[in-house]
Design a protein around this ligand. Structure first.
Ligand code: ADP
Ligand code: MG
Length: 555
C-alpha cells in the first residue's frame, strides 16, 4: 500500500512558518525589517501581553499599493527580488517573500496601508492560507500590520513560549539592539497600553548605545578605528568595551552584517581573539560591530530567519575584526598609560631604600620631572608602591613582569628565535596529559624561545630558555597544567606565549631590589599594552585624589 502522500497547503504553510516564526519576537523582527525596507522614519511597536494577544507594527514607509495588498500576504510574493541572479546583490533585509505569509499561517493578521500617490488606502485580512480581498480603508501614508491570536492554531508552539514578561523582554532587547543600526529612524515601544521607551532619531549614536548597554556601560565603550579593516572590501565600524568593563556572558556582543543583526560563531571568535590579552578568563567584552560588505560577499540565504550569514572571505573578515579590536584596545591602553604615569626615578630623599640611592644619581639628574612617578617601596614582596604628585600607584610585580616578558617573547618569535642555551639541561618527567600538551606545543614553544627535547618515555629536557630568563628555573609542569586549563577559543600561539611569559618571570613573594623595581616599572611603560597582564588581570591600580578622599569620607 502506498504510504507517501502530498501534504495539504495549510500543513505546508505551518511547517514553513515554523522555521520563520518561532515566538513573538520573530513576528516583530519580520515586521520591523519590512518597515525598514519600506524606508520608514518612524516605527511604532505595540504589544499586548508580551505579544501573545497582539503585536502591531506601524510605520510611515512607502506603503503597499491597494492592488498589491492581497498579494503581499501570500507566500513567495515579494517586491524585493525578481530573479535568482539578484540574490547576489540583495540590499534589502527581506527577499524571500515569506514574512507576512508565515505570520498569517500562525496567527490572524490585518494589514492596512496607503501609498502617497493614493487618496484612499486599503485593508486586507489573512489567516492560515486564506487571504481575504482588499477593501478600501482610510489610512495615513505607510503601513500598519496587526497580528492577533499568535499560535492559537499551533498549541505546541504556545507551550514552548516563556512567560509574557520574558517574551516582552526578548522583544524589547531585540528592538533596542536592532535600532543601533538605524539611528535615522525613531523607534517607539508600547506594552499593555503604556509607552515603554522611545528612541528618537538622532545623529548621536551614543544615545542609543546608552539605551542598549546602559548609561554607565556605554560610557566605557571605545569607538573602533577602522585601521585593521584594510584586508576587506567593505567597512567596519563599531564600539567595544574597554578592558575591565566586561560581562560574564557574550549576550551583549552585537553584530550587524549589512544591516542585519546576527549571531555568528566565527565573528564571536574574532572578537575574543582581538581581546586575547585584555580580557580576564571567563569574562567577555561587549559592544557592537557594524560590518558593511558588498552584497556579493555575503550569502544571507543560509538560515530561515537570516540570523546567520555565510561570508565569502571569512578569513579576511575574521582578521579584520580581530585586528581592528586589538588596535583600538592597544591605542587606548597606551593613552591611559601615558595619562597616568611618567616614570622617573626615585628621589633619594624620600626613597625607602636609601642604600640604592647612588645607583640612581645619574638618572635623577636627567629625568627630574614634577609629574614623574617615583618608585617608593615593595609591599608584601608582591606589590610595588609608587606615586606621583597626584596619585598612588600599586603595581603587581608578577603581572607587570608577565606583560613585559610576553611582549618580548612575541616580538622575538616574530623576528627570530632568541633563546639562551642552558649550561646544564633541566630534566623533567611529565604525566600523560602534560606530555600530550607538550607534544602539541613543542614547535610553538621553540618559536617563543623555549627549546625542549624528548629524553625517554615521558621525560624531556629543557635545553634552552627564552632570552633573558635563563637564570630562572623554568616551571615546565606548572606551565603545561596551565595550558591545558585555558579556554580553548584563544589563539594557540598566544596561549603558549602568555603561559610561557607567566612561568618564566618574577613571582609574587620574591624580594626585589629598588633598581629592579624601577626597571620593571620603566619597562612596563614601554609596553604596547601596559595595563593588563597577558591573562587580562590588571598590572596596576591607581589611587587618585578622588578615591583617597572617598576612603577618608571627605566626599
Ligand atoms: P519580503 O520582505 O521577503 O519581501 P514579506 O512577506 O515580508 O516578504 O513582504 C512581502 C511584500 O510586502 C514585500 O516585498 C513588500 O513589497 C510588502 N511589504 C511588507 N511590509 C511592508 C511595509 N511595512 N511597507 C511597505 N511594504 C511592505
Ligand atoms: Mg519581509
Amino acid at each position: 500500500m502506498s504510504a507517501i502522500r502530498e501534504l495539504d497547503p495549510v500543513t505546508i504553510g505551518q511547517i514553513a512558518a515554523g522555521e520563520v516564526i518561532e515566538r513573538p519576537a520573530s513576528v516583530v523582527k519580520e515586521l520591523v525589517e519590512n518597515s525598514i525596507d519600506a524606508g520608514a522614519r518612524r516605527i511604532t511597536v505595540t504589544l499586548e501581553r508580551g505579544g501573545l494577544d497582539l503585536i502591531e507594527v506601524a510605520d510611515d514607509g512607502v506603503g503597499i499599493a491597494s492592488v498589491d495588498l492581497q498579494l503581499a500576504a501570500r507566500r513567495h510574493t515579494t517586491s524585493k527580488l525578481r530573479a535568482a541572479e539578484e540574490l547576489e546583490s540583495i540590499a534589502t533585509l527581506g527577499f524571500r517573500g515569506e514574512g507576512l505569509a508565515s505570520i498569517a499561517a500562525a496567527a490572524q493578521i490585518e494589514i492596512v496601508s496607503r501609498q502617497a500617490t493614493e487618496s484612499l488606502g486599503a485593508r486586507v485580512r489573512a489567516h492560515a492560507e486564506n487571504v481575504g480581498t482588499a477593501e478600501p480603508a482610510a489610512s495615513p501614508v505607510g503601513t500598519v500590520v496587526r497580528v492577533a491570536a499568535l499560535f492559537e492554531n499551533v498549541p505546541v508552539r504556545r507551550e514552548y513560549l516563556r512567560s509574557q514578561s520574558a517574551e516582552f523582554n526578548r522583544i524589547s532587547s531585540w528592538l533596542s539592539s536592532f535600532a543601533l543600526a538605524y539611528p535615522q529612524c525613531t523607534f517607539v515601544l508600547r506594552h499593555d497600553g503604556k509607552s515603554v521607551w522611545t528612541m528618537p532619531a538622532a545623529e548621536d549614536e551614543r544615545e542609543r548605545l546608552a539605551m542598549v548597554f546602559g548609561r554607565k556601560a556605554a560610557q566605557s565603550l571605545l569607538r573602533l578605528d577602522g585601521q585593521g579593516a584594510s584586508t576587506i572590501d567593505g567597512r567596519l565600524r563599531g564600539f567595544v568595551s574597554a578592558p575591565g568593563f566586561d560581562r560574564p556572558d557574550r549576550r551583549m556582543q552585537l553584530l550587524f552584517v549589512n544591516g542585519r543583526l546576527l549571531r555568528s560563531a566565527v565573528l564571536a571568535g574574532a572578537w575574543t581573539s582581538g581581546y586575547t590579552t585584555f580580557a580576564m578568563a571567563g569574562r567577555h567584552p561587549y559592544g557592537v560591530i557594524f560590518l558593511d560588505l558588498s552584497p556579493d560577499q555575503v550569502d544571507p540565504n543560509v538560515h530561515p530567519t537570516k540570523s546567520d550569514v555565510r561570508l565569502r572571505y571569512v578569513n579576511q573578515v575574521f582578521d579584520a575584526v580581530r585586528r581592528t579590536i586589538a588596535a583600538t584596545l592597544n591605542d587606548d591602553a597606551g593613552q591611559r598609560m601615558r595619562a597616568q604615569t611618567t616614570v622617573g626615578s626615585a628621589d633619594p630623599e624620600i626613597s625607602f631604600a636609601p642604600g640604592q640611592a647612588a645607583l640612581f644619581e645619574s638618572a635623577t639628574e636627567e629625568k627630574r620631572d614634577e609629574r614623574s612617578l617615583r618608585v617608593l617601596m615593595q609591599v608584601d614582596r608582591t606589590y610595588i608602591l609608587a606615586g606621583d604628585e597626584s596619585a598612588l600607584l600599586l603595581v603587581d610585580q608578577h603581572a607587570a613582569h608577565e606583560r613585559i616578558a610576553y611582549e618580548s617573547i612575541v616580538a622575538a618569535a616574530r623576528t627570530r628565535p632568541s633563546s639562551e642555551p642552558l649550561l646544564v639541561p633541566q630534566i623533567v618527567e611529565l604525566d600523560a596529559e602534560q606530555s600530550a600538551v607538550l607534544d602539541r606545543t613543542i614547535g610553538l614553544l621553540r618559536e617563543g624561545g623555549l627549546e625542549i627535547e624528548p629524553f625517554g618515555e615521558r621525560t624531556y629536557r629543557i635545553v634552552a630558555t627564552p632570552f633573558g630568563y635563563g637564570a630562572k628555573t623554568f616551571d615546565l609542569t606548572g606551565f603545561l597544567d596551565d595550558l591545558s586549563d585555558e579556554p580553548k577559543q584563544r589563539d594557540v600561539r598566544e596561549r603558549v606565549w602568555a603561559s610561557l611569559a607567566c612561568h618564566s618571570v618574577t613571582t609574587a613573594g620574591e624580594r626585589l631590589e629598588h633598581s629592579e623595581m624601577t626597571t620593571l616599572v620603566e619597562r612596563l611603560q614601554t609596553c604596547e599594552n601596559p595595563m593588563h597582564c597577558p591573562h587580562g588581570r590588571p598590572t596596576m591600580v591607581r589611587l587618585g585624589p578622588g578615591e583617597v578622599a572617598r576612603m577618608f569620607k571627605r566626599v
